[in-house]
Design a protein around this ligand. Structure first.
Ligand SMILES: Nc1ncnc2c1ncn2[C@@H]1O[C@H](COP(=O)(O)OP(=O)(O)OP(=O)(O)O)[C@@H](O)[C@H]1O
Length: 224
């Protein structure tokens, strides 16, 4: 697995606000996520966690405030952000009419790499089964196998990656996330469950609060 040089990427959110159907989901949201950082988004059902993640990757509607990738504002910087992004959404992007191996091939993985990745998520022996015949947790594992492909991007944005995982699956994902952070990657994820990651920062969207300081190893900016 490659190293991601530290201080090379940075996602900045400044005074972000978002409304849907005339209802304010959150406002005054500011944080920075730099190389080597991890941020867990918390919040009640409907607080706007998925909407925030989709806004950050340019897949949601209007927003107020600023989103910057390496100091350049979206939407202009969106192509550069997407080049550095691995996004796994709530629906996980698994095509249920395909096999796990075919799903990873669809994402451009070579067969050897895909087989190795599937083994890492304990799907050895299921690589040629149709995903529609797999369990919910196994389908989540197919999605998470993308995190083990050799060209995994430095910025991971993961919506409910722990959903449907068993205890061993959660432990495996924690280890993979820790390794990614150690190598200078960064992770923004939602989860209702606690995760044992060193230096993990948490942000509760229900509070619409700002994070005091920077997440990651790349600098010394402070937002409030
Ligand atoms: N395109 C849209 N049009 C109208 N309302 C929307 C739209 N997208 C999201 N919403 C509303 O915004 C609110 C926040 O939804 P979102 O999925 O972001 O919440 P969440 O915090 O991820 O919730 P959960 O924990 O249940 O997954 C919900 O009430 C949802 O119905």
């Amino acid at each position: 697995m490659p190293e991601f040089p530290t201080s090379r990427h940075r996602l900045s959110v400044r005074d972000l606000s978002c409304e849907r159907d005339g209802r304010r989901l959150f406002a005054g949201l500011s944080f920075e996520l730099a190389a080597g950082g991890a941020l867990q988004l918390l919040g009640a059902n409907g607080a706007g966690k998925t909407t925030l993640l989709r806004t950050l990757i340019g897949s949601a509607g209007d927003f107020g405030g600023e989103i910057l990738w390496n100091g350049r504002p979206l939407p202009r910087a969106l192509p550069a952000l997407r080049e550095s992004l691995l996004y796994i959404g709530h629906q996980a992007g698994v095509r249920r009419g395909l096999t796990p191996l075919e799903n990873l091939s669809w994402y451009g993985a070579a067969e050897d790499d895909a087989l190795w990745a599937l083994e890492q998520v304990d799907l050895f022996g299921f690589e040629d089964s149709l995903c529609q015949q797999l369990s919910a947790g196994q389908n989540r594992r197919v999605a998470l196998a993308r995190l083990y492909l050799p060209d995994a991007a430095p910025l991971w944005i993961l919506d409910e990656p722990l959903a449907a995982l068993d205890v061993a699956g959660v432990a495996g994902l924690e280890a993979r996330m820790a390794d990614h952070i150690d190598r200078g990657g960064s992770i923004l994820f939602t989860s209702h469950q606690p995760l044992a990651l060193a230096q993990l920062q948490r942000l509760n969207l229900s509070d619409c609060a700002a994070i005091p300081g920077e997440i990651g190893a790349g600098g010394d900016s402070v937002f409030s």
